[in-house]
Design a protein around this ligand. Structure first.
Ligand SMILES: [Zn+2]
Length: 235
């Protein structure tokens, strides 16, 4: 299946947390969007690989995602090996996306940092004919990096005001990870605390405010954006 957009994430729930609103909006605009989670998130303090798989499926349904797969790279150990790069290349060639989303290269979580580099390298190498996978070679036109926890000036902010509710709903599908008011015997973490929901809202309001809208998601690109109609963009 050919996709317009392929979102790579280090862990199940990263895509929803960092670009769930944009995913929902692009799907609403008629684009075919898929997600590939690199790991099963089995190293997380709460939940398990099987529970998180079920939750990821539920979140995908909520967002209306066309396809969601898992690269089955060990959680906490996203290594920059030729084997892992080839795994990612296979997904890029399988879905032939025009745009790839990846985590930004600077973050406190090493998996996000390594995933960023692995996906960037794979996007380039996927266009090399001499790297054989029995698939049509393909290099995406653009990699868009979603910002994680650290503060970085975004290249642009996507207006997700009308899709913030759907983003929250998709995140809530990860019941093992986030606060739901239900009693749990699993260890308390930052993301399982009630205040994490405030963090999500505040972050979306902060970036939205920078762009003059209610809710926003920040993105970074290494290239320069070409604008055809300056007036239309800014007035
Ligand atoms: Zn993550």
């Amino acid at each position: 299946m050919k996709l317009d957009v392929l979102v790579f994430a280090a862990h199940p729930d990263d895509a929803e947390l960092f670009c769930g609103g944009s995913i929902a909006k692009m799907i609403n605009q008629g684009y075919r969007v898929g997600i590939v989670d690199l790991t099963q998130g089995e190293l997380g303090s709460r939940g398990s690989a099987s529970v998180r798989k079920q939750e990821a499926g539920e979140a995908a349904k909520i967002l209306g995602i066309n396809v969601r797969e898992n690269a089955l790279i060990p959680d906490g150990n996203i290594e920059l090996t030729p084997e892992n790069r080839l795994r990612v290349i296979r997904f890029i060639r399988k879905f032939q996306p025009e745009i790839v989303f990846a985590p930004y290269r600077e973050d406190r979580h090493p998996d996000h940092v390594h995933a960023s580099q692995l996906i960037s390298e794979a996007c380039f190498c996927s266009g090399l004919v001499k790297i054989k996978t029995d698939q049509k070679v393909h290099r995406p036109k653009q990699i868009i990096y979603y910002l994680n926890h650290d503060l970085t000036s975004p290249s642009f902010v996507a207006d997700i005001s009308d899709f913030f509710g759907l983003k929250l709903k998709a995140i809530k599908a990860y019941q093992s990870q986030f606060y739901s008011g239900k009693k749990s015997d699993e260890p308390e973490t930052f993301i399982s605390s009630k205040s994490f929901w405030d963090f999500i809202e505040t972050r979306a309001r902060f970036y939205g405010n920078l762009a003059g809208v209610r809710y926003g998601e920040p993105f970074f690109i290494t290239s320069v954006i070409k604008i055809d109609n300056i007036f239309k963009i800014f007035a």
